[in-house]
Design a protein around this ligand. Structure first.
Ligand SMILES: [Zn+2]
Ligand SMILES: [Zn+2]
Length: 385
């Protein structure tokens, strides 16, 4: 199963690992990807949504188009490892395994390009910037990466530090949450602290609003459709003896289902406005749309499972029971295109590879790389073969 590619894949992964770049600054990363694609004689377009890059393999026969997606950005973390291939860039590290995603996608590109005579259709290799920060998927979709040729199916994977190397993790339906941020502004009227009746207290209004907002989750959303509303920041007032005329709050909303998201946003807005009004103040609720939920298409989950069964054996396919309230912007692709997203085990306790994603000692067991290649190649062949 592409074991012969192990050394090459490790080399490629370590190349990217040593030169991590943050979201929208993946300049060297994109340049190196372009060089690898050029070496393989694969056509590509650079500079999509800033540093994004898309390779295209045209099959020798007409057919559908399958996209594979790899994210490219690193994190602002100082790597603590002593590995020879540790980050050479101070304060930056591939602590989310996107270096592995790039290597796997280049490996899949190599194999698929070699067998393209047998493929009915095309493959798009989407290398996406900025998954960790502002999100590169949405601008890539807006730039048209899912068209010309039109993408019919998309597959994405992510290394998983909780799954043993050799396994994959997969789930039907929803995998990750929607995420929205919000701001609340409550306006009152200032007055002397000794004469509160002459003003309108924005602090009191904010206290009632914070309490009332808890009912959005406990009373308005379906308990079987989980959602979270958290206020993480509050600011207001200037002195202990002045009635505060303005309070600002900021928070985040997570939901596993678009319907729960809608309910939370609608009810939160009305609680803020109506509670503020009842207390004589003015309340504004401003939401900022973030990532949608990842909702897998069952038919492609079943294809991944069937390929996993063939390649790694059924006992190595881990059925993920619960969706996570974390987020991932692969969801922007899945909003437009059918497909599925799954996890690739990279943990190996016997080698001491046990640190989690985003930790400064995170690493992967590189023997997950050829498994990732094999899975992605088989997923494509299942559609175009
Ligand atoms: Zn991450
Ligand atoms: Zn990641």
């Amino acid at each position: 199963m592409y074991e012969s590619m192990q050394d090459w894949l490790a080399l490629v992964r370590r190349d990217f690992h040593q030169y991590p770049e943050l979201g929208m600054n993946e300049k060297r990363t994109a340049m190196r990807i372009a060089e690898y694609l050029k070496e393989m004689n694969i056509e590509y377009i650079e500079g999509i949504a800033n540093t994004g890059i898309v390779g295209i393999i045209r099959g020798c026969q007409e057919g559908r188009t399958v996209a594979l997606r790899a994210d490219m950005d690193a994190l602002p973390i100082q790597e603590a490892s002593n590995a020879q291939y540790r980050s050479k860039i101070d304060g930056k590290m591939h602590a989310c395994g996107h270096d592995a995603h790039i290597a796997i996608q280049l490996g899949a590109a190599k194999v698929l390009n070699e067998i393209r005579a047998s493929l009915k259709g095309n493959i798009k290799l989407i290398f996406q910037p900025s998954e960790e920060t502002i999100g590169g998927a949405q601008p890539m979709v807006e730039a048209g990466v899912l068209e010309n040729p039109h993408v019919d199916v998309i597959f994405g994977l992510h290394v998983d530090s909780e799954l043993d190397v050799g396994s994959i993790g997969i789930k039907h339906g929803t995998i990750s949450a929607t995420s929205d941020s919000f701001s609340i502004i409550i306006e009152g009227t200032s007055a002397h602290g000794a004469y509160p009746h002459l003003g309108i207290d924005a602090v009191i209004a904010s206290a009632h609003i914070i309490t009332a907002l808890q009912t959005v989750i406990s009373r308005n959303t379906d308990p079987l459709n989980p959602a979270v509303l958290s206020i993480g920041k509050i600011q207001g007032g200037t002195a202990e003896n002045i009635i505060c005329d303005c309070v600002e709050m900021h928070g985040t909303i997570r939901a596993l289902h678009p319907k729960a998201r809608e309910v939370v946003l609608k009810n939160a807005a009305s609680i803020v406005e109506e509670t503020a009004r009842a207390l004589g103040s003015r309340g504004k609720f401003i939401s900022h749309k973030g990532y949608p939920a990842i909702i897998n298409d069952d038919i492609y989950v079943d294809i991944i499972k069937a390929n996993g069964k063939k390649l790694i054996g059924e006992e190595w396919i881990i059925n993920i029971e619960e969706a996570s309230l974390g987020v991932e912007d692969f969801s922007f692709f899945l909003e437009k295109t059918p497909g599925a997203y799954y996890f690739l085990g990279c943990r190996n306790e016997s080698k001491g590879i046990t640190y989690n994603l985003h930790q400064n000692l995170f690493d992967i067991d590189e023997s997950c790389l050829p498994i990732g290649v094999a899975m992605q190649v088989e997923n494509v062949r299942s559609i175009l073969g």
